[in-house]
Design a protein around this ligand. Sequence first.
Ligand code: ADQ
Length: 464
Amino acid sequence: MSRLVVVSNRVAPIKEGKIAAGGLAVGVYDALRQSGGIWFGWNGEVNKNPQMRTETVGNVDYVTMALNKTDYDQYYRGFSNATLWPIFHYRVDLARYNREEYEGYRRVNAMMVEKLKPLLRPDDTIWIHDYHLIPFAEACRMSGIRNRIGFFLHIPFPAPGIITVIPPHNELLKTLCYYDLVGFQTECDRLAFQDYITREVRGVIERDGSLTAYGRNFHTGVYPIGVVPDNVRQLANSYRERRHLVGYNSDGRRRKTIVSVDRLDYSKGLVERFRAYAAFLENFPEHRRKVEFIQIAPTSRSDVKTYQTIRRQLESEAGHINGRLSDLDWTPLHYLNKSHDRRVLMGLFSRAEVGFVTPLRDGMNLVAKEYVAAQNPDDPGVLILSRFAGAAQELSSALIVNPYDCIGMAEALDRALRMPLAERKDRYEHMMQAIRAADLDTWRDDFLRDLQSFTIHQAVEAEK
Ligand code: ADQ
């Protein structure tokens, strides 16, 4: 088995010699441990003189570097998070384009390739993750690197009409053709990319399903990311301090809990969710005082302006709901801006009657899968899930909602809270089948198996 080299924007931090747990981090870490290899990327620091740092744990080298301020501003804060992220999530209204930032993005990708190059062996398999690093393979090929290179996009791939808003869309997406395999979360994302290639750049679909464009032949595939269901359930069971998780009525009966956990991001539909919860309490007053909604949303990318705006908007919505509806012994909405230990989150999921997962767009959304996997099979809660999360493709037995339909979401909350045990169990079992069929190991193994099965590109014009 060849050695695996993983490249992602951020490398999961190592704590006391151990990798921190977390969806993607665990999957990548397990893959690396099996084959041995390198995890290469940014360490999250911004320094004047970026230094490479290597930390070895077992057979894995964690090679990280800092970014200088200009690189950080242009590559990370600029083109990645103020252009690509909003556009790939269909928020053209929030996107900006700045040519210097795009050039910085390309420059940082090329710089990372040059730093990685001396560490590579000829038979290493290279696996690149996510939108920050789209041009990585092209920069590798220009630099003479001929290893197998695969790319996985964690976020949605938008329809061609949306992606063409990016002024250098041709130049940017051409770089994806330099991979041997490009993986997506859903078939819908893969088809959107295929559409772009066939319509915008007159690429062709070959008999074996591969694509040829810009003189390059490459493969695409669908690899929905998953969770490790047994691990989720174990964590949920190990959390004993349940008194922290729920409130009680004045008559001593436990209030029902609705839970949401997200990074604070406009793609997650938090404002729409808060409004739907308010509409639910207005339209179904019989639930008042019997239910509470816990929204955990730690700030992320707080130096990007649109993230400051969404935060202010949420604070105002939350204040409005609680100001209008709470009582001395009842706070309808608990809005927590901090990150929590995975064990606490899984414990909270297992205890909550409703998981309320309603992004406006999401590549997959692991919280939806974690919520279901954390449930007690004998008395499971109900998942309310946005049709615009990648997870909705597999979890069709959730209560599927449109996050733009405020009253529809309010009705779903009412239905979820009233749902009889037999229906809850039935839906839960269907969802667990899907979650087990596409767990984290399957995601990683399928991608790497496919990547290994394709022949490596021979020299092409651009490389000469
Ligand atoms: P994210 O946008 O970060 O990921 P998501 O998949 O929901 O979204 O979350 C990733 C992980 O972070 C989950 O394991 C979750 O439990 C954890 N997490 C989220 N909020 C947390 C909090 N407040 N405190 C602690 N942990 C928290 C991107 C894409 C997704 C895609 C993933 C993986 O945007 O669509 O599912 O990558 O491919």
